[in-house]
Design a protein around this ligand. Sequence first.
Ligand code: COA
Ligand code: MG
Length: 320
Amino acid sequence: MASKSSAILRRALLYVPASSPRMLTKSLSLSSDNVTYDLEDSVTPSAKPQARTALREHLSDLPSRPSTIRELAVRINAVETPFALEDLTAFAKLPQLDAIVIPKVNSASDLTFVTDALRHLAPGRHSSAGSNPIKLIALIESARAVMDLSSICAASPYLSGLIFAAEDFALDMSLTRTPSLSEFLYARSAIATAARAASLPSTIDLVCTSYKGEEGLARLEEECRSGKTMGFNGKQCIHPSQVDMVQRLFAPSEKEVEWAVRVVIADEKAARAGRGAWTLGGAMIDAPVVGKATAIVAKARGCEVDVDNLMNKWKDQEPE
Ligand code: COA
Ligand code: MG
């Protein structure tokens, strides 16, 4: 089972179709926690060999990852297709690749297949002594996968996150997506909970398919807030215009960080005075609340918030 790692931060996962030379180039100028080059559904079957070759060249030519991107990933084709092994063979050895996104994971054996392939194709990174293995992120997009989450989560030591894919799930279930997203409540909740139970650091929510103009951004904002409330810590994006909002809304807000800093500072003083439960602004604070505050401070640091400045501002905070 993969261990929880605070170093992995995937707020926005931006898909870039590998078949578009223009978008490949554009991707390098963007700021996003994750950029995922897509060989699956945005590339037609006849265009796949050419897209694979172009993407391989694009990645091999990179001297290093752009500093504005934390993770470079490739979405391969589903394990059940004839393309998957060719995709893995083309990319497994590339040092530029940080992660592989695997679509249509239906059972643990799909992840076992990719894990075994990586161990054969790139043993240096994937032997027991290897360091920095390619991480796996599994797309959950069928009823079968949702019912099999615990075995999927335990299937590979390289698994580091789950993604919910609404469109294929809606197809599988013969249901229609609505703006409320209530039809996905069970699947989304199951995914966020299973990932947490397996200590996977990353849970990435559905794509907001409307991306144009103010209306698109308003829908995106609503979806980000709903995903965050359900326990997701990131969201898939299909257009660069979505990324900034996703990165911002999946980072702790200014208000949250300020509250968390005040709790952490006051708790040190409360602990010294032997007080396990105390109040701040009229609300009771005890161990789980302090734990939440500590996690928010750590995440804020990861999101490049100036936490030290806030610590200084609130250094005199006392428990009430
Ligand atoms: N990644 C990188 N660049 C992108 C991009 C993406 N996903 N989507 C758009 N761009 C670029 C365009 O190339 C254009 O660049 P330019 O200014 O250099 O010309 C700019 O951003 C503005 O694009 P725009 O004209 O608004 O969009 P479009 O009509 O070219 O493309 C989509 C719209 C939806 C077809 C495109 O965003 C896309 O293909 N998204 C990803 C789809 C995908 O991967 N689906 C599978 C996963 S669900
Ligand atoms: Mg899909």
